[in-house]
Structure formats: C-alpha cells, structure tokens
Design a binder for this molecule. Sequence first.
Ligand code: NAD
Length: 527
Amino acid sequence: MNILVSDHLSEEGLAILRAEKDMAVDVRKSVPPDELLRIIGNYDALIIRSTTRVTEAVTEAGKRLKVIGRAGVGVDNIDVAAATRRGIIVMNAPEGNTLSTAELTMALLLGLARNLYHVHHLLKSGVWDRSRHTGREIHGKCLGIIGLGRIGTEIVKRATAFGMKVLIYDPYASQELADRLEVQLCALDEVLSQADFITVHCPLTDSTRYLIQDKEFEKMKTGVRILNCARGGILHEGALQRAIESGKVAGCALDVFEQEPAEHHPLLRYDQVIATPHIGAATVEAQQSVAVQIAQQVVETLRGRPARNAVNLPPMDPEVLERLGPYIHLAEKLGRLLVQMAAGPLARVNVTYTGEMNDHDVRPITAALIKGLLEPVLNRPINYVNAPVIAQERGIKIIESKSTLAEDFSNRIALEAQIAQEVLAVVGTLFGKSEPRIVRINDYHLDAVPEGHMLIVRNSDRPGVIRHISTILADHQINIANMNVGRDKPGGQACTVVNVDTPLSEEALADIAALRLIRDVRQVFLG
Ligand code: NAD
C-alpha cells in the first residue's frame, strides 16, 4: 500500500505510518496541482492538511485511492462529493484539539478569577496596584457547563480537580455519562441561577444561537463570570455588553466572536473582558495529536477496519440502495424527530422494523436512525459509518427488533425511548414505497410529512385551538405548508403537527406556548 503525505504532518504522525511494514510512505510537501494529478494514481491513501486541494480531477486520477485523511477538522479543501462518487472515504481528525481547547478555557477561567490579564497589563504600563484587584478563589465555587461533549467532559475533570462544584446543562447528555463523571445534569435555569462561573461548550446550531441573551443574563447571580471558547453567537454579544454595563457580569472571557477577526469589537473596550483570537486549538500538541489521529485512522481504514470519523460514505451496492434507500431516509428523519422532541437525555432507544426491509440487512437503516439522533446535537460530522460508534461513546443504546406483525401498515419503523418519567414513541412508514410519513407520535395517529421546519404541539382537543395557532403563525408572517391533527378521543388530548415554510422565532413559539389549551410545543427541523 502506498501513502502520499502532501502537506506538513508532524513526525509523530509519520512515525505511525512508517511503522507499518507493508505500507510505503512518500512525503512530498507542496506538490504543485499538475504534479499531484500525475502521481496520485500510484497511491492508496492521501494525507493532507489545509494546503493541498483535492479536486474532482484528483479523485478521478486517483484510481487506487481508498481514503483521504485530513489532519484537522475542516474538509473544505476536498471535493467530498466527488470522492464519495468514486467510493473514496474522506476522514478528518476532530478530537485532536479537545484538550487544547479545554486547557485554554481553564487558563481563561483562572485569569478571570484573579483579574490576571488586567493587572498584568497595568504592571507592564508601570502601575503597581495591589489594592483594587482582589480576586476570587475558584475552589468551592460553582461552575456551570453548557454542553457535555468532548471539551465539556475535559472541563469537568479539570474543574473538579480544582475543587469546583459542577452543574451541567446538556439536554442530550446521557445520565450514564453524568454518573460516570459524578456531575449533576440540570435545567438551564438552574445552572444560570446557581453558577459563579458559566462556560459554554455546545455547538452553534439553530437551537443554541443566542442561547444566552438578556433574559438568561437576568437569571444569573450578580457578579457571575462567563466564558465562551465554543463558537461566537451562542452568547448574544449585545446582551453580554448590557450585562457588563449593569454590573451583572463581573468578568467575561471570549476566544470566539460572531464576526471574526474581531480586533475592533466593542466588547474589547471593557476591563471586565479578556479575549483571545480563536486560539483554542492552536498548540503544538493539538497539531501533533491530529497528525497521530489521522495516521492511525488511515492505517485502520487501509486494513479494512471501520472508518472512524469518515465524513462521507462510499455508495452502497446500487440494488440494495434502491430498495433500502427510502427506509434509510425515513429512519434518519424519525431519529431527528425523536431527539428534538425529547425533553431529556436519551439513554436507550428501541427500534422495531416491520415489513419488507426485514428481508435485508437493516444495519444501514439503524445507522441512519442513529445519525438522525446525533446530528442535530453534535458539533462534528456524523455519518452512517461513525454514528453507531459515537452513540456508544455517548452511552446511547439502540435495541433493534424485527416484527412480522403488520397491524396497520405493511411497513413501519417504530422508535420508543424512555426519557425521564416519560415514554416517547414515534412511528413512520412509507406510502407508495417512497413517500415518508409520520403516522404516530405517542398515542396520536397522524399522517404528517417529515420535512423541513415543523411544530409539534400537544394540546386539548377543543374548538378554536387550531384557529389560534394559525392566527399566531400568521401574525408572525409564518406560512403553513401542512397541518395534521391526531387525538385520543373527541374532546380529549390531541397532537397537532404543523409544517411551516420558515422557522419560528422564540417570541412566536412563546405566544403559542402561552395559549390556554396548549400543553407543550416543540419546534423541530427535519432537513
Ligand atoms: P461535541 O460535539 O463533542 O459536544 C457538543 C455537546 O453539546 C454535546 O454533548 C451536545 O449534546 C451538546 N449540546 C447540543 N445542543 C445543546 C444545547 N442546546 N444545549 C446544551 N448542550 C447542547 O463538541 P466539542 O468538540 O466538545 O466542541 C464544543 C464546542 O467547542 C463547539 O462549538 C466547537 O465548535 C468548539 N470548539 C472551539 C475551538 C476553539 O478554537 N475555540 C476548538 C474546538 C472546538
């Protein structure tokens, strides 16, 4: 097997490749594009960083290529679609920067507690001032962590070693993980009201954009210190500025901004703010660690083992794909629906398959279902290859069963999860072999199209409810594409599913939630 490394890769990564006796490694830094085209046909694997551009022409000339490894996260210099068409696995190394970012967060946290950066700056400018900069110990203080993923988990370990009490808000984290780390999962409000320090480690998604805005700052303790080393836009910068002005926030550390570079950002004026230019991953070790990770992954893949962190999936056997494709699509939608409706962490999901899909290997369908469960809540490329592994790491068990009993539909995929005290069930089917439908949510029978932005409303079955929902949507300029109601009995409880053309603002959702006969409303995006 021949491996071409065409950008700088640290020695630690190269050593792993060279240790494989039956693999030959060529390191050719900065290969011009035409030369890359000429030589790529000799290689089974290509490892790059951000310089080499892997165009469609490169994937075509790479007749032997099986895998392209990117030492780092972003794959925008690779034509992933072209690689996928040719059956080449593209993988990245997203875990390499976890520790570096966690350490930067701890450095900033300590810096905030002791006003380090401010006094340092004063002293450098000739001011020896010991009296006005009394700091706080972090020992015994409460740290609120928003997002218990890779980085959040590392922060837990470090903060508890410093004697901090840790509270977590992560609606998708499993209790099993929290128990293992000996931390408490709580509601967002509880974290906001109890924490002396708050640090954000979730991805930037539709549901986390402006997660912390004016009303969240209001719920915090006066004198709270807050950190964002995740992504700009999770904290609302205007609201943060107001909270600093009002004295609510005593200190703030930012590695990320809504617009970067941010050298003239208004927040930088405040002594309470310390800031770094998005350097969470900028360490020698992170660079080494991504090199090691990608080298190991490429070797494993060339040896035919499962491709970890593959961002694509080579096409399946076309015949199988034709038969299973619509079920794969349906399963992914149902997974997305379940996770976004869940009001707590998923620890175990039971899936029952009924109908013709049982004549085939259902693993690709389950992989798609898991992809749907994870993608809306994680900050990493999830695909059919890595989804089952990531679910396992996060303590989510998927229990598959097959049933021949087609009570209502000739084919169906039924998901059921126990979330806190509640059982959440969703059932989907294909109409006419390829049209996906949601046919049941809990006990409510429906005929809803799982597509785009949707509202799932649980309400009392009384005259006027639907009119009120429609009026609020119209007031907020939201167009309804489809509406479907299932109820347990006339005048009982109902589930109203609304497909809308554009997402609802928080205000619109709050207006619907405030209606007298509404029990619960959730907005989901099914893609
Ligand atoms: P991850 O995918 O491992 O974990 C993300 C966690 O956020 C998951 O546990 C998920 O359940 C949780 N989450 C999702 N939606 C949530 C919500 N609405 N509320 C609370 N929690 C929610 O991601 P990671 O690798 O730990 O990265 C975390 C963040 O750090 C990401 O935003 C990433 O982009 C950022 N990051 C920044 C730098 C830097 O240079 N500053 C470097 C690496 C990562």
